[in-house]
Ligand binder design. Structure first.
Ligand SMILES: O=c1[nH]c(=O)c2ncn([C@@H]3O[C@H](COP(=O)(O)OP(=O)(O)OP(=O)(O)O)[C@@H](O)[C@H]3O)c2[nH]1
Ligand SMILES: [Mg+2]
Length: 199
């Protein structure tokens, strides 16, 4: 007996982005432009502890799809310090709120290597029981003492090519960021469907 073929979800024209983070939503809106009709739903989803960012992102998306009983887009951001083997990674939210910018710098005080990877993982599920598809982007930078007037999480301590995210105009960050790179992959996937459905 042959096993069932995996079903590729239809690419949606409307995306419902489930997030509790207004900064993420603003960046995603700015970067998606008119590529898709973006709806948002402000929910703080449970996030599991797991060994991989992918596993956490998939679980978060499955929960969102079950909660709204329909197609959903979710996003998970990790910030991994090379010297710490990729930690705090997906747990950066709790590290930044507990340690602050200075504390995060102090974590690297004993190490010469200050490099860090900002990793963004979007997950799309076509609905409850539908396996999420992942779109991931990574930007490598350095952890530095806070600079710039950023109000978004760790933007002031993440330096890329001489400027922290917080020192960049939004439009500048949105051309090189981890989120931009992930969103380009999501947009390419959406565009493929538009080509297919117009032919
Ligand atoms: O300076 C920043 N520049 C960014 O570009 C960025 N993207 C995310 N974050 C922060 O990193 C943690 C991720 O955790 P996270 O993915 O679980 O997000 P969240 O819980 O805030 O929202 P969500 O899970 O409801 O979507 C949270 O503290 C976010 O505020 C950023 N900080
Ligand atoms: Mg979260």
């Amino acid at each position: 007996m042959s096993s069932p073929r995996p079903v590729t979800p239809r690419r949606p024209r409307t995306l419902t982005f489930i997030t509790s983070n207004a900064h993420k939503l603003a960046e995603v809106r700015a970067m998606l432009g008119g590529a898709v009709d973006l709806q948002s739903c402000f929910l703080d989803l449970v996030e599991i502890q797991a060994g991989s960012v992918q596993e956490i992102a998939r679980d978060k998306c499955r929960r969102a799809a079950a909660m709204v009983n329909g197609p959903v887009l979710t996003e998970d951001t990790a910030l991994g310090f090379t010297a710490l083997g990729g930690l705090p990674g997906p747990y950066i939210k709790w590290f930044v709120s507990t340690l602050g910018h200075t504390g995060l710098n102090n974590l690297l005080a004993a190490y010469h290597d200050k490099s860090a990877d900002a990793i963004c993982t979007f997950a799309f599920s076509a609905g409850p029981g539908q396996e999420p598809l992942l779109f991931q982007g990574k930007t490598t930078g350095r952890i530095v003492p806070a600079r710039g007037a950023g109000t978004f999480g760790w933007d002031p301590i993440f330096e890329y090519e001489g400027k922290t995210y917080a020192e960049m105009d939004k439009s500048e960050k949105n051309l090189i960021s981890h989120r931009y790179k992930a969103l380009e992959k999501l947009k390419a996937w959406l565009a493929e469907e538009n080509v297919a459905s117009n032919t």
